[in-house]
Design a protein around this ligand. Structure first.
Ligand code: ADP
Ligand code: MG
Length: 241
């Protein structure tokens, strides 16, 4: 039996209002995302990438259409009742890192575990593990303003991973980095996708990100305008078979 997709969107529409003027951000989007995928949402600014990621990450609701998360219909569940799902199953990575400025790297990564009520010893070992995984243990006592952009994004990634998410949503994770750091962050995300088998959905307009994705969905004016699979990206599961 084939496993159901982790995300299934059917005929999604999302409209914002600017005063009295409706802005159609997504129009009739239908999309399935398989478990373990490394997928890029590509498209110019304003094409609806962030809106779509917010729906996939269960932090926004569509005006019409249906969303299944791992087979569960979450469309009619109010956002506040999805907070446990977000905390336990999702990780978020942001373009501008969104670290808490007064907290150290260690404390930023620890924060979601505090929210989950994880005991201190377990928190410490998980935070150490993930700071190590992203290569930041030397900077664990530093605050965000004492770190480079690349280092901050590594902390952001450790924070996203520390709760063992099934799905990681990354909104333009390399857009604020120089090309060398962007490439290293991309390597890290691809490695985490392989080692954890978590599903990664990245939005981008960076060709380097699209080249590394296993699947690219192109958005234009709020619609799916095309899709490509990337044969250059080796699927470790297929190789192992
Ligand atoms: P992208 O991430 O690809 O740049 P967005 O999802 O942010 O695209 O935006 C899609 C469309 O929705 C754009 O036309 C944008 O101006 C509009 N939009 C996004 N957020 C809002 C909002 N909060 N209020 C009004 N319009 C919005
Ligand atoms: Mg955006």
């Amino acid at each position: 039996m084939t496993r159901q997709p982790i995300i299934s969107l059917t005929n999604i529409t999302r409209e914002y209002r600017l005063g009295n003027v409706p802005v159609r951000a997504l129009e009739n989007v239908t999309l399935e995302i398989a478990h373990g995928d490394f997928l890029a949402l590509a498209g110019p600014s304003g094409s609806g990438k962030t809106t779509l990621l917010n729906l996939i990450g269960c932090i926004d609701k569509p005006d019409s259409g249906r969303i299944l998360f791992d087979g569960v219909d979450v469309t009619g569940i109010p956002l506040h009742r999805l907070s446990r799902l977000r905390l336990q199953s999702l990780g978020f990575v942001f373009q501008t890192f969104n670290l808490i400025p007064v907290l150290t790297a260690f404390e930023n990564v620890e924060y979601p575990l505090l929210m989950q009520g994880v005991p201190k010893r377990r928190r410490e070992s998980k935070v150490r593990h993930w700071l190590d995984q992203v290569g930041i243990n030397q900077q664990s006592g530093q605050r965000p303003d004492e770190m480079s952009g690349g280092q901050r994004q590594r902390v952001g990634i450790a924070r996203a991973m520390v709760g063992d998410p099934r799905l990681v949503v990354a909104d333009e994770p390399t857009a604020n980095l120089d090309s060398e750091n962007a490439s290293r962050i991309l390597d890290l995300l691809a490695r985490l996708n392989e080692t954890t088998r978590a599903t990664f959905v990245l939005s981008t307009h960076d060709p380097a990100v699209m080249a590394r994705a296993r699947r690219v969905i192109r958005l234009r004016d709020g619609r799916v305008a095309g899709e490509e699979s990337n044969p250059m990206v080796i699927d470790t599961e297929e190789v192992a078979c």
